[in-house]
Structures are given as structure tokens and as C-alpha cells.
Write a protein that binds this ligand. Structure first.
Ligand code: 4AD
Ligand code: MG
Length: 468
């Protein structure tokens, strides 16, 4: 049945009925001849209070053990809960050895400490809450795009391209060499043929884990107009900061018939505001619980402001002019042509009034080959959305649809041949189009004020950390 602790706590009509429910013990408290248990099945932030007579309680029912309880739901005289379960029977489903279990009932463990026990971390209340909010945010993005008429497209994880040209791709080859299966021999001997680089590759060319589904999305958008994906992406970056993972989820959209960066910016702003509003409206109790656990209740006011007020906007050139005036504050001095560092992003969002900021029209050298050239021959129609507390949340651009200009970007990189299929999109009925990619874990940091990105994903991967 659909019944869980969360639905039970919300359904007053259940009072007086007999139910049985399973969950994990969050606390055990003795009072005279009675024992009070709080149990959770992870369905929501609230625990169900169980009252049993001490003699009914198996001795091994301890903190974090797994139990099944049967009894009658009664209106609770205590504050802070509407119902409680008066237990007839409590059975132990799985004991928990509290002498070796890393978490304690009364402890508030630090995020760093919990990260040492990734397999047990979901058992902490705050991480379970994060998981529910992550799931809710996932649904919010899907419902935004579905409502707006986008097609959900699954782009490949294995690919031959390095979309961003950053050289931060993980290789994808058989770990133990290419095996020739006896059954296939003869028919499929091309499997082990050498490729142009003189090496043997499973796919005959080097293959990687995708850094972005953008180029594939562009191919599909140029036939069905509006598409999005939401999948894992991989970057072999060596940065281990608070905003980087080796494996992260990206929400990417690609839209045909876009004639200006303004239109793209409007979509980005709508998407961020509507998904945030969705969380604020439909997951209020969960959000409150999570923020309260992190001690950042004030963050909700910030979010309420984000969904109400238009985001700020300035060009890269304006941003650099602003930053140059304050260069004495920064570790890294900026001048036109430089990439913005975290400290600059932070300064810009603060300076613009603690709101998300669109930075547009970057120097061509700072953006990949696909970004559409502006008339000035120096900048491209690219946009980053910077948000308070996180920095870059979204990167997007109009895409170059002029074959000559695109070829001019690809040729010096020596990848003209490799991207032949991509340039063909310009030749067979191209449309002016554009798109963007949002880092989903950074989005969670933005809406939840989570200091470290490693605490927004169930099993984070970063340099030297991929043990389980
Ligand atoms: O700015 P990026 O590199 O843009 C792209 O990959 C485009 N092809 C997307 C597109 O236009 N379809 O990455 C997009 C976003 C960044 O703004 C950032 O939020 C996130 O992905 N991101 C990371 N998140 C966590 N860990 C990392 N190592 C990240 N690298 C990028
Ligand atoms: Mg970027």
C-alpha cells in the first residue's frame, strides 16, 4: 500500500485504526514502565512516535535498528505531533550494533565526518532530507520542461567528442583489453582493428565519458526544435574545491529558432525561478527541516527573493571594468581577456545586490568553438549565470550556425575532420539556435545553501575518491 509514516502523520482519519509500519529507530527513551520510540521510514522529515510497555520491547531494539510495529494510532497528547502509535507488538527486523555504528542518536555529526561513511550516510536525518529534496528538484526540472513543450532526449554517455575542448575527458576503453569472443570471430574482426592513432580502440576510435550532451542535443533540436536532457556528465578536473565533482548531473536544453541571447536568458531565468518556486510551494516542510538542520533558516528569505525579482545582467566587458576598479581586493588581478575566478564571481553577485547575475558576451578565446560570434569579431554570444554562494551555475550560448565561421574555429584546433558530422548540421537546414547547461549539484547548493557540493549527491566522486 502507499501508506508510509509521512502519509500517516498527515491523515487524521486514520486515528483509531490499527496499522503496522516498518522503519528505523531514531531514538529510544524510557519513562517509567513505558518506552518511547521515534521511527522513520525516510518518507519525510517527521518521525512517528511509538509508545510501548517496556516488557513488549525486544532488548536489541536500539538506535538505528530496523523494526516492524503493530498497534493503534491515537491522537497524541504531546506537543509537536498529531498522532502516535500505541504498540501491541514490536518485532526486530535488523539489529544495529551501536558499539561500531558511526552515528549516535544525540550527536550532530559534521558533514566531513559523515562523508567518511558514504554507505551509511543516508541514515542521517539531514542527508535523507537532502535526498528527498534532490528528488523533488529533479521532478521540478522535468515538469518545467514538459510543461514548456520540450522533448526529453537521452544523449549518450559514451562519446567520441570533448564538447568543451577542455581536455578533461575520462577515457572509456575495456579495462582488461579487447577480448575477441570465439563466437564473433570472423564476422566482427574489425573490433580490434587499429585506428588512425595507431592504437587499438574498442570503438575503433578513442571514446570518452561525456562532458556534455550539448552537441547531440543540437543534432536533435535541429529536427524537433526544443529538447532537454538530464544526465550524468564526467570531468577529469583535478580541482577538489567546494563546487567541483568528477561526476555530476547536468540539465541541458537546446532550442531552435532563437534569434537573440535575450531569448535564451529569459528561458534560463524562467527555469530557475519556476523550479525554485516549485520547491518553495510544494516542499516547504522539507526545506524548512533541511535548512534548520544546517542552521541556515535565513536562506529561505533569499530564495523567496530570487523567485520574485529579475536577475541582474551585465556584459563581460562591463564586469571586467567593474572588477578592475577593485583589483586591489583580489588575489588574482583581472584584465579584459581573463577568465573570471571564484573571487570575481563572488564580488559580482554581491555588488549586484546578492542576486543571480547574467554575464554575457565573453571574449571568443574564453568559450568553446561552438559559441556564436558577435558582430564585433572579438566576443561571442555566450552567457554564464552566476549565483550568490556558488558562482557559475549555468553556461550557455547561441551556437555558431555559419559554416565558414565554425570551420575557422575548428581548423586551428585540428578537429575539423572529427567534427565533420557537427558541421554538417550547418549545411542541412540549420536554424539559429542556442542552449545551456546547468550543474544540478550546484543548483542544489544554491537552493539549499549546502556549503560543499559533495553533500548534495549520494555517492560523490572527486579526485582520489571513488572507493564505493
Ligand atoms: O559551463 P559548462 O562547462 O558548459 C557546458 O558543458 C555546455 N556544453 C553546456 C551547454 O551549453 N549545454 O558546464 C555547465 C555547468 C556549469 O555552469 C556548472 O554549473 C556545471 O555544469 N559544472 C560542474 N558542476 C560540478 N562539478 C564540475 N566539475 C562541473 N563543471 C561544470
Ligand atoms: Mg562554463
Amino acid at each position: 500500500s502507499k501508506q508510509n509514516i509521512s502519509t500517516i502523520l498527515q491523515d487524521e482519519t486514520l486515528c483509531g485504526s490499527t496499522i503496522s509500519i516498518s522503519g528505523w529507530v531514531k531514538s529510544v527513551r524510557q519513562h517509567k514502565d513505558n518506552v518511547f520510540l521515534h521511527i522513520s521510514d525516510g518518507s519525510g522529515p517527521k518521525h512517528l512516535q511509538i509508545i510501548a510497555s517496556t516488557q513488549n520491547l525486544p532488548e536489541s531494539v536500539t538506535f538505528a535498528s530496523c523494526v516492524r510495529v503493530q498497534g493503534e494510532l491515537k491522537e497524541s497528547p504531546a506537543r509537536g505531533q498529531s498522532v502516535e502509535l500505541v504498540a501491541d507488538s514490536i518485532s526486530l527486523l535488523g539489529a544495529c550494533d551501536n558499539t561500531t555504528f558511526p552515528f549516535g542518536a544525540r550527536h550532530k555529526h559534521s558533514a566531513e565526518y559523515c562523508r567518511d561513511f558514504l554507505h551509511l550516510r543516508p541514515k542521517t536525518d539531514s542527508f535523507a532530507s537532502l535526498l528527498r529534496l534532490r528528488s523533488a528538484a529533479t521532478a521540478a526540472f522535468h515538469s518545467y520542461f514538459q510543461k514548456e513543450g520540450y522533448l526529453y532526449v537521452q544523449t549518450p554517455i559514451l562519446t567520441s567528442n570533448d564538447c568543451e575542448g577542455g581536455g578533461e575527458v575520462f577515457a572509456a576503453e575495456p579495462a582488461y583489453g579487447i577480448k575477441e569472443s570465439a563466437a564473433d570471430s570472423g564476422s566482427d574482426s574489425e573490433v580490434s582493428q587499429e585506428s588512425q592513432d595507431g592504437k587499438k580502440h574498442f570503438f575503433s576510435n578513442p571514446a570518452f565519458l561525456t562532458v556534455s550532451g550539448q552537441l547531440h542535443l543540437e543534432a536533435v533540436a535541429s529536427a524537433v526544435s526544443k529538447v532537454y536532457n538530464f544526465g550524468p556528465t564526467f570531468r577529469a578536473e583535478n580541482s577538489r574545491g567546494r563546487h567541483h565533482l568528477s561526476e555530476f548531473y547536468m540539465v541541458e536544453a537546446e532550442v531552435a529558432f532563437l534569434h537573440s541571447l535575450d531569448q535564451l536568458i529569459q528561458i534560463m531565468e524562467d527555469m530557475v525561478q519556476e523550479t525554485c518556486q516549485q520547491i518553495l510551494t510544494h516542499h516547504q516542510a522539507e526545506l524548512d527541516f533541511y535548512l534548520q538542520r544546517l542552521g541556515t533558516q535565513k536562506h529561505k528569505e533569499f530564495l523567496e527573493r530570487v523567485v520574485r525579482s529579475p536577475f541582474a545582467r551585465l556584459t563581460y566587458t562591463e564586469a571586467v571594468q567593474l572588477l578592475e576598479k577593485h583589483n586591489h581586493r583580489f588575489k588574482h588581478q583581472v584584465k579584459w581577456g581573463d577568465d573570471l575566478k571564484k573571487e570575481h564571481e563572488k564580488y559580482l553577485t554581491q555588488e549586484m545586490g546578492d542576486v543571480p547575475v547574467f554575464v554575457t558576451d565573453f571574449p571568443a578565446e574564453l568559450k568553446p568553438f561552438y559559441a556564436k560570434a558577435n558582430q564585433d569579431d572579438k566576443t561571442v554570444a555566450a552567457v554564464d549565470l552566476l549565483v550568490p554562494g556558488v558562482g557559475e551555475l549555468i553556461g550557455g550560448s547561441l551556437r555558431e550556425d555559419d559554416l565558414d565561421l565554425l570551420t575557422c574555429r575548428l581548423r586551428p584546433l585540428g578537429i575539423e575532420e572529427q567534427y565533420r558530422w557537427y558541421t554538417e548540421l550547418c549545411q542541412f537546414g540549420s536554424s539559429p539556435h542556442g542552449g545551456f547547461g546547468l550543474g544540478f549539484e550546484r543548483y542544489l547548493q544554491f537552493i539549499l545553501a549546502t556549503p560543499n557540493i559533495k553533500d548534495t549527491v549520494p555517492f560523490p566522486r572527486w579526485s582520489r575518491h571513488c572507493q564505493l
